[in-house]
Design a protein around this ligand. Structure first.
Ligand code: AMP
Length: 226
């Protein structure tokens, strides 16, 4: 299973990608998480990414794509992955397709989670993330059992610098200009499913699960006929 999860910042990609990946037994690969983990460790890559992330801009394609292809070499990605936050530009999508094709593989499906701007701003303003395991919370709609403490691992929760209102506008604009065209890219490949991202976490997870299940059933029928 090789899935791309598309959607603007705050659409719920992280939460839903983690669930989908766990259910399917494949890797959850989140480029934003990888960059933040590098920053925590003080690596050169983390330092390089920070200046872009702080302003809501994208990290250059070559740096990002190289990091993702390295991540694919880890054992948990052997049977597939759910990509969260990658690709974010057409050149990234093309580089991903080329790398997979070289290994005789391809993306199975791209799922686009759609949420209106007003709701995105509300979600990002109330978002808290675990510093250790990256699990996201929302102070009203998905609060942790104990304020400031991660339910999953006991880690410290914090608010991302780039979730400040000054940066959120720039991130949404970056998304519209640079990532928006990816919907057409995957639509032309016949791989795009659009999912309404409003509603609770379970409801959206169910819609995503149905989209993935439907596609898998069609693929299985093809194999049977052939
Ligand atoms: P996210 O956690 O997905 O919201 O990503 C946080 C930030 O990391 C973004 O605003 C970008 O600066 C950077 N980033 C994450 N994924 C990518 C990507 N695929 N291409 C370029 N920059 C990225």
């Amino acid at each position: 299973m090789r899935i791309v999860l598309l959607g603007p910042p705050g659409a719920g990609k992280g939460t839903q990608a983690a669930r989908l990946a766990e259910r399917a037994g494949v890797a959850h690969v989140a480029t934003g998480d990888l960059f933040r983990a590098n920053q925590e460790r003080g690596t050169e890559l983390g330092k390089q990414a920070k200046s872009y992330m702080d302003t809501g801009a994208l990290v250059p394609d070559d740096v990002t794509t190289r990091m993702v292809l390295e991540r694919f070499k880890e054992s948990d990605a052997a049977d597939g992955f759910v990509l969260d936050g990658f690709p974010r530009t057409i050149p990234q999508a093309e580089a991903l397709d080329a790398a997979l094709a070289a290994a005789g593989q391809a993306i199975d499906q791209a799922l686009l989670i759609e949420v209106d701007r007003e709701e995105l701003v509300r979600r990002l303003a109330g978002r808290w993330i675990c510093r250790a395991c990256q699990t996201p919370y929302h102070e009203r709609s998905a609060p942790p059992a104990k304020p400031g403490v991660c339910d999953a691992c006991g880690g410290e929760l914090y608010q991302r610098d780039d979730d400040r209102p000054e940066v959120v506008g720039a991130r949404l604009e970056t998304y519209e200009k640079q990532t928006g065209p990816l919907a057409g890219y995957y639509e032309r490949q016949g791989k795009l499913a659009r999912i309404d991202g409003l509603g609770g976490i379970d409801a959206v997870a169910e819609k995503l699960g149905r989209a993935v299940g439907g596609r898998a059933a069609v693929a299985a029928a093809h194999v049977k006929v052939e």
